[in-house]
Design a protein around this ligand. Structure first.
Ligand code: PLP
Length: 405
């Protein structure tokens, strides 16, 4: 088979592959605990469900503008004012098939072949492949001090004449850490000074803990005119537990949004009008589900941290938000893929290898599931890895005997 160079350079999404693996094992009747998940378990808000079903019942679900229906643009404008303190116009907004497509289309609109995109490591699995899909070169930058907090000087050092954009995701998937206001201010200024695009992937910005407040990048921008190269990405997937609705958006300067809408128009003709209506209702509707989800995740985070704390040999970095933590398991195995496979095979616990996020020796664990799963999942992992624990473990009525050292 003759595939394009680009197709050959792209790897399958490891997180989607894991979801499939979990589904197959569950179908076989295996008692899988999925600590690799990337979506909240709560239901989509009632407002969204009612709006979608009312729209569906009309039987008239048609083509809509490629950049989003006016009602969604208005909802995003209001959202941007409320959470970012910034007034934008409909011409600055494009709705997309999830935040993922909004990022992808933005990269397609700005990147020429061989141009570089910098992002701090650990990073969301899709960034490198998205950049490669545009013919660009991903440039992950690992904090030199071994933390999850990027330093502006490390990023600045990697900027050269090929650098077209920086992507910042805070709070961060996979580490859960939220970057400081000072860092966000510095990166906004750096991009303005160097005249490069800044893509702010804010998909988790309301799912933060310990009384923290979302940070608005606009607050630090000196230039919010039509020359601004700030691209803000957000969506309904995580905060409203609407992952399957596939609605996200980008806010950027008018010329860029026009170019992005052209691209999206040829790709998909825009996201489904039905699901856009659901997103409008979620954004404009009762917001208690977001706070409920946020509080549940904070509690789950605390439970997971407690359990991991009792795990000798594992180094943890408490997350400030999201529903992930990236824990250092290198004491047990420096090869995170091998370790993750071992945990699936021996105790049916799914984790995501840190190497997929640019950090070997770590595992990404999600706490978006039930408390029971978090506790039992970590207990099983401990049993598998800590050779001082008893030789036998019961999973339901199955008795496991440790036959490995
Ligand atoms: C950092 C980050 N950005 C973007 C997305 C994509 O979100 P959506 O489901 O809206 O496409 C995800 C989903 O996992 C994510 O973790």
């Amino acid at each position: 088979m003759c595939l394009s160079q680009i197709a050959r350079s792209i790897s399958p999404s490891p997180t989607l592959a894991l979801n499939e693996k979990a589904a197959i094992l569950r179908e076989k009747g295996d008692p899988v605990i999925h600590l690799g998940g990337g979506e909240p378990k709560s239901k989509a808000p009632m407002d969204a469900l009612l709006a979608a079903s009312a729209s569906l019942n009309t039987g008239e679900i048609r083509y809509a503008p490629a950049d989003g229906i006016p009602a969604l643009k208005q909802a995003v404008i209001r959202y941007t004012e409320e959470f970012y303190g910034s007034k934008v116009a409909p011409e600055n907004v494009m709705a997309s098939g999830g935040a993922k497509q909004a990022i992808m289309v933005a990269l397609q609109a700005i990147l020429n072949p061989q141009e570089e995109v910098i992002f701090p490591s650990p990073y969301w699995v899709s960034y490198p492949d998205m950049v490669k899909l545009c013919g660009g070169i991903p440039v992950p930058v690992a904090p030199e001090d071994g933390t999850f907090y990027p330093r502006i000087k490390d990023i600045e050092q990697r900027i050269n004449s090929y650098t077209k954009a920086i992507i910042i995701n805070s709070p961060n998937n996979p580490s859960g850490v939220m970057y400081s206001e000072e860092f966000i201010a510095d990166v906004v200024h750096l991009c303005e000074d160097k005249n490069i695009y800044l893509v702010m992937d804010d998909i988790y910005h309301r799912l933060i803990f310990d009384g923290k407040k979302p940070i608005s990048c606009y607050k630090f921008a000196k230039d919010l005119s039509e020359n601004s190269k700030l691209i803000v990405i957000n969506g309904v997937s995580k905060q409203y537990a609407m992952t399957g609705f596939r609605i996200g958006w980008a806010v950027a300067n008018q010329k860029l949004i026009e170019a992005m809408a052209n691209i999206q128009g040829h790709q998909t003709s825009g996201p489904s009008v039905l699901l856009q209506k659901a997103a409008v209702a979620a954004i404009n509707g009762v917001q208690s589900s977001v706070e409920n989800l946020r509080a549940t995740l904070e509690n789950n985070r605390n439970v997971m941290m407690d359990y991991l704390n009792s795990f000798e040999g594992v180094r943890i970095y408490p997350p400030d938000g999201t529903f992930y933590t990236l824990a250092d398991f290198s004491y047990y195995d420096k090869d995170s893929t091998r370790l993750s496979n071992m945990l699936i095979d021996k105790v049916q616990v799914l984790t995501v290898p840190g190497v997929e996020f640019g950090l070997e020796g770590h595992l990404r664990l999600s706490y978006c599931g039930s408390i029971k799963d978090i506790k039992e999942g970590i207990e099983r992992m401990k049993w598998a890895l800590d050779l001082n624990s008893p030789n036998e473990l019961y999973i339901g009525d199955r008795k496991l005997v440790r036959d490995w050292a």
